[in-house]
Design a protein around this ligand. Structure first.
Ligand code: MAN
Length: 624
């Protein structure tokens, strides 16, 4: 400031009232005054200057004398004397601008004052860069104008498309629901018929069951007594054979424990070995041997109780009785086989044991066996008679069982009359019909619901987003490929392994800043609830949409971990244009543009097809 005061003093002293002085600029105009104000910087007939606020008149020579006289600072447009003064930079070749008078001669080249006229005292040499800046600015303005024009036109098309789609959707929702009435009516009829048929089906099945039941009851009733006799026979026979088996195994057990090993009688050793081998290879025999122990009275009575219950249950029903007959028959067969094995062992022993050894255990065993064999032979005749009876009973029981089976087969196959068969077939068809009608109705409902969902959601001004809903754009960066679908979902593809990460689904439009949450910002789409980020939140995207003639993603950043900001150029963010816009564009196309390169020559990645001018355009695009 001291320097500038000295410099002012010098200029005042040497060049007062001369062009290029403090008062006047090099063109002889009042320094720092706007052209529109120049007429006010002329002395009146009394040689006075009127402050712009009209509050004061001062001698004209006090204009730009580096002393502030007017309250509004209007007497010092070219100096920094007034703290509220403004200096007018002409900026020829660019846009004129007022700067704060404090910036005059402050030794700094202010870029706003691109002609350098504010530094008129010469403390610094400020080159006039207005031509260059002006050109760049015009380029920017022109590019912006063209972008907005093209984008605006594209937006108009989208607006028309959205309107058409919206109407089509509304219509299609109505159209789609039209057949529903008829279908529902049809369904009601089908369901009515179905319930009638189901009633008939129930009657048929009851009749069938009744017939079958009657036949079955008759057969089983008439033959239950035979089955019971056979069951009792088998029960008794099983008990008998098992008790014989137990007796023989006890003899052999006692022999093993009681014989005199010193004698080393081969017949005895063989018998014991054969007995043990038989036990080892025959589980049932082992059980029979283990059961040799004397049962307590308590055990006996509980066994009896069990048998009584089984008998009662099994003898009440032909089928149960038959099952029991068969299971006893299996048990008898097994026990008889085992009995003949033990009999054979004892028979050999009895024949071959060395009678000179006088081993009481051996002798006892042989004698006991002989005695038992005798007893069993004695009862063989009556056993045989019983067996003949049992065989007859068995033939009857088998015959009845076969008849019952035949009967149920017959009933299930051809137990229905042709009329009944027709009813059952119709019922099958009607069930199919009901299924397909319900299916058809559900499909219509789903389609209508999805249309209504679209129609019901906020689709932006003029429902513009309906025209682009589901449109997807992607951008490839060194590590990832990002894809965003309008009102859909966003994803991140990891290039090195091809895996995909869900970055979220469209959730809502952000609020327009400064409106207390009352206005939506349709150029800020929020995608939320993407894949969870390790040690962080679920991934989410702020999609910022800027005006552009086409849908392209231009940049992606991750300002916070797993929270992405994606910039998209899209016509939806452009201002709407009027009908003259297309003429304007057509004119632009005719006249060689002042632009060195057309905006649409710049592709999505920001590279240009014209290498010469690319830098220039890139620089402009960067700033836009
Ligand atoms: C992945 C990507 C990145 C993210 C990390 C966080 O590598 O989704 O964008 O920053 O996970 O762990």
């Amino acid at each position: 400031m001291l320097h500038s005061k000295i410099a002012y003093a010098l200029i005042l002293g040497l060049n007062c009232f001369v062009a290029g002085s403090i008062k006047y600029d090099s063109q002889g105009q009042i320094r720092g005054a706007a052209p529109s104000d120049l007429e006010r910087y002329v002395p009146d007939q009394d040689g006075m200057f009127s402050c712009f606020d009209g509050k004061k008149k001062i001698p004209f020579d006090r204009v730009n004398d580096d002393y502030c006289d007017c309250e509004d600072g209007s007497d010092e447009p070219g100096t920094s004397a007034c703290n509220n003064g403004r200096f007018y930079c002409k900026n020829v070749g660019h846009e004129p601008i007022y700067i704060d008078s404090s910036k005059i001669n402050d030794g700094i080249c202010d870029i706003e004052c691109c002609d350098g006229s504010d530094e008129w005292i010469g403390l610094v040499k400020c080159p006039n860069v207005c031509a260059e800046i002006g050109k760049k600015t015009r380029l920017e303005t022109e590019l912006k104008r063209k972008t907005e024009l093209e984008g605006g036109l594209a937006k108009s098309q989208l607006k028309i498309k959205a309107k058409k789609l919206y109407e089509e959707l509304k219509l299609s929702s109505i159209e789609k629901s039209k057949p529903k009435e008829a279908l529902n009516k049809q369904l009601a009829e089908v369901e009515k018929r179905k319930s009638e048929l189901e009633k008939s089906e129930k009657e048929i099945s009851e009749r069938k069951n009744e017939a079958a039941e009657k036949e079955k009851q008759k057969l089983t009733k008439d033959n239950l007594s035979v089955a019971i006799s056979l069951r009792r026979h088998n029960f008794a026979r099983n008990k008998l054979i098992n008790s014989r088996l137990q007796t023989l195994s006890k003899i052999l057990n006692d022999l093993e424990a009681g014989h005199n090993k010193e004698f080393d009688d081969a017949a005895v050793t063989n018998a014991i070995k054969a007995f043990n081998d038989a036990i080892d290879s025959n589980f049932r025999l082992r059980i029979a041997v283990e059961n040799n122990r004397e049962l307590s009275n308590e055990d006996k009575s509980s066994n009896e109780e069990l048998e009584k219950n089984n008998q009662e249950r099994e003898e009440a029903d032909f089928d149960a009785c038959k099952l029991s007959i068969e299971s006893y028959a299996i048990s008898i067969k097994g026990a008889e086989d085992d009995l003949s094995v033990l009999s054979y062992i004892l028979e050999n022993l009895e024949k071959n044991y060395n009678r000179n050894f006088h081993d009481l255990a051996v002798k006892g065993a042989a004698a006991e066996f002989v005695k038992l064999t005798q007893q069993w032979n004695d009862s063989a005749n009556s056993d045989m008679e019983q067996q003949i009876k049992a065989d007859k009973w068995k033939a009857t029981v088998d015959d009845v069982a076969a008849k019952l089976e035949e009967l149920s087969k017959e009933l299930s196959q051809k137990g229905v009359t042709p009329e009944e068969d027709a009813i059952l077939k119709e019922l099958t068809q009607i069930k199919d019909k009901q299924f397909s009608l319900k299916n058809e109705i559900t499909q219509i409902d789903n389609a209508i619901n999805s249309i209504n969902e679209d129609l019901g959601m906020d689709l932006g001004p003029d429902n513009i987003f309906l025209a682009v809903k589901g449109n997807c754009s992607s951008i490839e960066l060194p590590e990832y490929i990002y894809e965003v679908c309008i009102l859909g979902s966003a994803s991140q593809k990891v290039i090195k392994d091809g895996s995909h990460l869900n970055l979220g689904k469209f959730d809502y439009f952000a609020e327009l800043e400064g409106h207390n949450g009352t206005v939506k910002d349709y150029n800020k789409h929020m995608y939320t609830n993407g894949a969870h980020c390790w040690n962080g939140p679920n991934r989410s995207v702020h999609l910022i949409i800027e005006c552009g003639p086409e849908f392209v993603l231009t940049s992606v950043s991750e300002p916070e971990k797993c929270q992405y900001q994606i910039i998209m150029k899209s016509p939806t963010a452009c201002p709407l244009v009027d009908e003259n816009a297309s003429n304007e564009l057509a004119e632009d196309a005719k006249e060689p543009s002042s632009l060195p390169i057309e905006a649409d020559q710049v592709d999505a990645k920001g590279t240009s097809s014209s290498p010469i001018e690319a830098d220039q355009v890139d620089a402009v695009k960067d700033e836009l």
